[in-house]
Design a protein around this ligand. Structure first.
Ligand code: NAX
Length: 330
């Protein structure tokens, strides 16, 4: 029998937290044969709600769940964890400036980085969901030097999955037959959803989306804005932001990272840029990656046309701005 893996979920009393804990404890993140101990962190003001989540996890009688630690103490939460899903943070409110959102979260993430650095297992894999996701990941990387930079990532898989979903709807095919979309850049409205390398598996083999959707305008305009604005559309419809799809995407991200991507398939992950595709180093940028044996690597050699290049540059510029704002408050 496998040894339990300790999985930390921060912001566990929130919307995404509530959706993800059961997914993790049912094996959707680490595999159906992998026992887990859940560490749940939230603020002291949410302690009652967090305890309610803990009670429901017990009530769900989940065989893979070998323990629950519910706490508002960062040191206790990060103690020995192998996986950290970082969802808690300062929320964006109507009318809030980006600068304010960054400054509030820089303070939180500096403190979480120090808990990660001191208490997590040295090979801990980290996924940042909380916004501004790329910049929060950067703060963790800077202030948790005990954790290799490669072990810190941020979530753009929800955007990636949204892209697959939009292509599937447009072509009226199953989403499981669509693959290799790409989200480039920041998890923000400057991200570049790119379907120009995506394919659909059909009776006649794998076919490029570009061939099946001859409408270049749709691919460059409607598709791009629909994916970029999908989060806002969900808020408008639900009066709450995406949570089940975010939780599901976070499980996909960790599962593929740890257990590997299927042959011939890549996924999008926000990772510390190594300068691939001319992207500046020193920021977390979403790239197409494949994963094997717990390591991701950026897919190399894809052709980037001028349109894609300018979209990627816009997002890279925004990330450099976020970084310099963050540094004002560090
Ligand atoms: P909620 O407000 O429902 O939950 C956030 C939880 O975090 C709350 O329970 C709060 O008490 C807790 N929290 C705040 N500060 C904390 C701290 N310092 N330590 C521990 N816990 C803390 O938000 P929810 O809808 O769950 O969204 C969570 C985050 O995910 C937000 O930042 C949101 O913007 C971000 N998202 C990111 C997505 C992505 O694709 N990267 C998509 C979904 C989502 O919008």
């Amino acid at each position: 029998p496998k040894k339990p893996v300790k999985v930390l979920v921060t912001g566990a009393a929130g919307q995404i937290g509530y959706a993800i804990v059961a997914m993790i404890a049912r094996g959707l993140m680490l595999g159906a044969d992998q026992p887990v101990v859940l560490h749940l962190l939230d603020l002291p003001v949410a302690a009652n709600a967090l305890n309610g989540v803990r009670m429901e996890l017990i009530d769900a009688a989940l065989p893979l769940l070998r323990g629950v630690v519910a706490t508002s103490d960062e040191a206790e939460a990060f103690k020995g964890v192998n996986v950290a899903i970082v969802i808690g943070g300062w929320p964006r409110r109507d009318g809030m400036e980006r600068k304010d959102l960054i400054s509030k979260n820089v303070t939180i993430y500096k403190s979480q980085a120090s808990a990660l650095h001191q208490h997590a297992a040295p090979n801990c894999k980290v996924l940042v969901v909380a916004n501004p996701a790329n910049t929060n990941a950067l703060v963790l990387k800077e202030f948790a030097p005990a954790i290799p930079a490669k072990n810190i990532t941020c979530l753009t898989r929800l955007d990636h999955n949204r892209a697959l979903g939009q292509v599937a709807e447009k072509l009226n095919v199953h989403v499981g037959d669509v693959k290799n979309a790409i989200i480039w850049g920041n998890h923000s409205s400057t991200q570049f959803p790119d379907a120009s390398h995506a394919t659909v598996s059909t009776d006649r083999g794998e076919r490029p989306v570009r061939e099946l959707i001859a409408d270049e305008i749709w691919l460059r305009e409607e598709f791009v804005t629909d994916v970029q604005q999908r989060g806002a559309a969900v808020i408008k419809a639900r009066k709450q932001s995406s949570s089940l799809s975010a939780a599901s995407a976070a499980c996909d991200h960790m599962r593929d990272w740890i257990l590997g991507t299927p042959k011939g398939t890549w996924v999008s992950m926000g990772v510390y840029s190594d300068g691939s595709y001319g992207v500046p180093e020193g920021v977390f940028f979403s790239f197409p990656v494949t994963c094997e044996k717990g390591e991701w690597s950026v897919v190399q050699g894809l052709e980037i046309d001028d349109f894609a290049r300018s979209k990627m540059e816009t997002s890279a510029t925004e990330l450099k701005e976020e970084k310099s704002i963050a540094y004002e408050f560090l």
